[in-house]
Design a protein around this ligand. Structure first.
Ligand SMILES: Nc1nc2c(ncn2[C@@H]2O[C@H](COP(=O)(O)OP(=O)(O)OP(=O)(O)O)[C@@H](O)[C@H]2O)c(=O)[nH]1
Ligand SMILES: [Mg+2]
Length: 263
């Protein structure tokens, strides 16, 4: 079974495009799936639309009356997925602004089945790319990924910021058991949580891989919800927390993981 996690904030334009595509792709591949969507205080028709789609598709809605941000929404969705998934299941998190195409899911599933714990849809792998991204945004995104690669290197990874990823459910269950409330700790800092998850999984020795993917920014309809100033602040906070010489994540968590697992 695959649990698909969709964080949704004012996505009335994109959901009617994305949800039927997910259903068609997974049905064609005969993959059983369930969608967990967090409607995070949307002020448009997202809630009504989701309730309509949930009558025919396997959709569970987590409802936030007030917008709490991507971090809080991810916490709720990953905790729920860990609860309903078996260890062998796969959790896929994708954006619902219709820039992440479900056609990449089968390849990501295959890579998990080959033994990886986290598989990232990567613009920077050979064969990947992005359509409709302006030069300024492409430059900022490259810069952010370079920053992450320097301060949080993970062998073989080129894509750190894209939220389209597959996770082995067993590893997410382990992460939630190990970190508890701190699996996603930087919850109020914009989209920092996307990077934090990667790093927290690296510290508990997850195996990573990438598959080439094309970001379809040309299909984006709604407005961007990314507040770059808060996310940048989040990256700086995370750099300090990770590298802090007196018990930062890098030393503290790793040591505890190794001790608890007799390594
Ligand atoms: N639950 C929740 N989801 C959010 C929030 N902000 C954005 N999202 C969702 O997170 C995903 C990514 O948001 P985007 O606005 O596409 O951010 P991005 O992909 O980094 O950048 P752009 O595509 O340029 O906007 C989308 O599915 C959004 O609906 C939020 O406050 N709460
Ligand atoms: Mg997007």
């Amino acid at each position: 079974m695959i649990a698909i996690l969709l964080p949704a904030y004012n996505e009335e334009l994109s959901l009617p495009k994305l949800l039927p595509k997910i259903d068609a792709t997974l049905k064609e591949q005969k993959i059983a799936y369930r969608i967990i969507v967090c409607n995070d205080g949307s002020r448009d028709k997202t809630k009504i639309l989701l309730e309509e789609y949930a009558q025919n598709l396997p959709i569970e809605i987590i409802e936030h009356k007030i917008n709490r941000g991507l971090g809080e929404s991810s916490r709720d969705m990953f905790e729920r997925a860990a609860e309903i998934c078996d260890a062998d299941d796969i959790i896929i998190r994708m954006d619902c602004d219709d820039t992440h195409e479900p056609e990449f899911i089968p390849k990501m599933v295959e890579k998990i089945q080959e033994g990886n714990d986290v598989v990232i849809a990567s613009r920077f792998e050979a064969g990947g790319g992005q359509l409709g991204v302006n030069a300024y945004r492409a430059f900022i995104s490259r810069g952010a990924n370079l920053f992450m690669k320097v301060f949080f290197p993970i062998k073989g990874l080129k894509e750190y910021s894209c939220g389209f990823r597959a996770y082995r459910a067993k590893k997410i269950k382990q992460a939630i058991d190990f970190y508890g409330n701190d699996f996603i700790q930087l919850k109020g800092l914009g989209f920092t949580c996307t990077l934090e998850k990667l790093i927290k999984l690296k510290l508990i020795e997850a195996r990573f891989a990438e598959v080439p993917f094309c970001l379809r920014y040309d299909q984006k309809q709604g407005e961007s919800k990314m507040v770059s100033s808060i996310t940048t602040l989040g990256y700086i906070v995370m750099t300090i927390m990770y590298h802090w010489p007196w018990g930062g994540w890098r030393y503290g968590y790793k040591k505890r993981w190794q001790k608890e697992n007799g390594l």
